[in-house]
Design a protein around this ligand. Structure first.
Ligand code: PMP
Length: 440
């Protein structure tokens, strides 16, 4: 409890003494979360927050969803032994659900424990399948923290080493509003990105394994190219047999409202060859995974298993969570409530000269901030808004984006209309307060 030398301040001191410096903490006074329910979380001091960020981190449906809690408790009480050396009913069942939902024909599913490991596996599959360590990735991308996934992360703020085992070539298309093509209309933008892709490929020798991309860049600031971009890329990739890996770690499970997967906004030339997922599917339990066509998934000719990937406990959580998501049409909720939320966020941002753009789809909304009166990204503004929102009882995401000045809004997919309205009001207040402090 606070006040007895055992509160959040003491915990922060101990955190700093024992954890690496590169584990970033939000807020000047970091929050110790102790409890969650619905779309709210509480801290150790009993303060309640409306959670506009945890939806993308872990909480796809809602905090402490009773069906997930029950499934985890029951499975944990029965059996936690997770080896894939034995038949595992919850794993097979979740794999069947995910394969059917993926849109990938003849799909095979492999479970990991994180998004990083899912992408790492996708890279291993693609490079083995193609006999090449050349990979195409997007500028401003983020794909994880392993040695190989850092090597395809274009966002330098999240890429702590450049000593990658991969040969990575970065292409345009992830950030619609900046860079040399920003002034073009959507069709011309896509043509320019395709020309850029062809130009990059013309400078390679031998096979290129894959193009990996987030349909909407997450850590990069909820930014994306126009719909259809990856369908246009796909035509070029197909000419050379290059695989398309869609990193759906943030965009999967209906988050974008209109689509169940982010790739579906680019479906003109069919589904991706490989899809990776993680984060909210376990509603906090660690599940990641890869879906791929059998011909790609089965290209490995040695054993490759995961001790904890596919654990019956996390699989039980995933099954219960997915069931809840589908039964309650939370994708439809993301579309409806997300549509209202982006309107409200635009309304409270109107006339504020520190907001460059409010963008997004479904319950994945970015607020891009600038230094007032300029077009320069302003990380300080993002920090000020984050602090002010916290004081008002609203948790947001930060960072991301070229310049690190994008606020990220990604609540649980069950967000209600009144919570959307309340959150937008609180955000408006925080924006105005940050604006005043920028003057001060
Ligand atoms: N891909 C994307 C698009 C992500 O946003 C993240 C996590 N921020 C990852 C991969 C890595 O996932 P994890 O943190 O579970 O390893």
């Amino acid at each position: 409890a606070p006040g007895n030398g055992n509160g959040p301040e003491e915990l922060l001191r101990r955190h700093r003494a024992v954890l690496p410096e590169w584990v970033g903490l939000y807020y000047e006074r970091p929050i110790e979360l102790t409890h969650g329910e619905g779309r709210h979380v509480w801290d150790a001091e009993g303060v309640r927050y409306l959670d506009f960020f945890g939806g993308i981190l872990t909480t796809m449906t809602e905090h402490a969803l009773p069906a997930v809690t029950k499934a985890v408790a029951e499975q944990a009480a029965r059996l936690v032994h997770s080896s894939t050396l034995y038949l595992n009913r919850p794993m097979v069942e979740l794999a069947e659900r995910v394969a059917a939902l993926s849109g990938i024909p003849d799909a095979r599913v492999f479970f990991t424990t994180s998004g990083t490991e899912a992408n790492d596996t996708a890279l291993m599959l693609a490079t083995a399948h193609r006999g090449s360590n050349q990979v195409l990735a997007m500028r401003n991308s983020y794909h994880g923290r392993s040695f190989s996934s850092v090597g395809i992360t274009g966002n330098s703020a999240w890429s702590p080493t450049s000593l990658s085992p991969l040969q990575t070539l970065y292409v345009h298309g992830g950030v619609r509003t900046r860079g040399p093509f920003a002034d073009l209309d959507d069709a011309a933008y896509i043509r320019a990105c395709v020309a850029d892709l062809r130009d990059v490929l013309a400078q390679t020798r031998g096979n290129v394994a894959a193009l990996i991309a987030e349909p909407v860049q997450g850590v990069g600031g909820f930014t994306s190219g126009p719909d259809g971009l990856f369908a246009a890329f796909r035509r070029v990739l197909d000419e050379r047999g290059i695989l398309w890996i869609s990193d759906e770690v943030q965009t999967g499970w209906g988050r974008t409202g209109e689509h169940f997967w982010g790739w579906q906004a680019h479906a003109g030339n069919g589904p991706p060859d490989v899809l990776t997922f993680a984060k909210g599917i376990g509603n906090g339990m660690s599940i990641g995974g890869v879906v791929a066509r059998a011909s790609v998934m089965n290209c490995l000719d040695a054993q490759s298993i995961s001790t904890f990937g596919g654990s019956p406990v996390t699989m039980a959580a995933g099954l219960a969570n997915l069931e809840h998501l589908l039964a309650n049409d939370l994708q439809g909720n993301a579309r409806r409530v997300g549509g209202l939320l982006i309107e409200r966020v635009r309304a409270v941002s109107a006339g504020l000269d520190l907001v460059r753009e409010v963008r997004g789809r479904g319950l994945m909304i970015g607020v891009d901030l600038v230094a007032p009166g300029t077009d320069d990204s302003c990380p300080r503004a993002a920090s000020l808004v984050l602090e002010a929102a916290r004081e008002a009882g609203l948790l947001l995401g930060k960072g991301g984006g070229p310049g690190g000045s994008v606020l990220r809004i990604a609540p649980p997919l069950s967000l209600t209309v009144s919570e959307a309205q309340e959150g937008a009001e609180l955000l408006g207040r925080a924006l105005r307060e940050a604006r005043a402090r920028l003057d001060g």
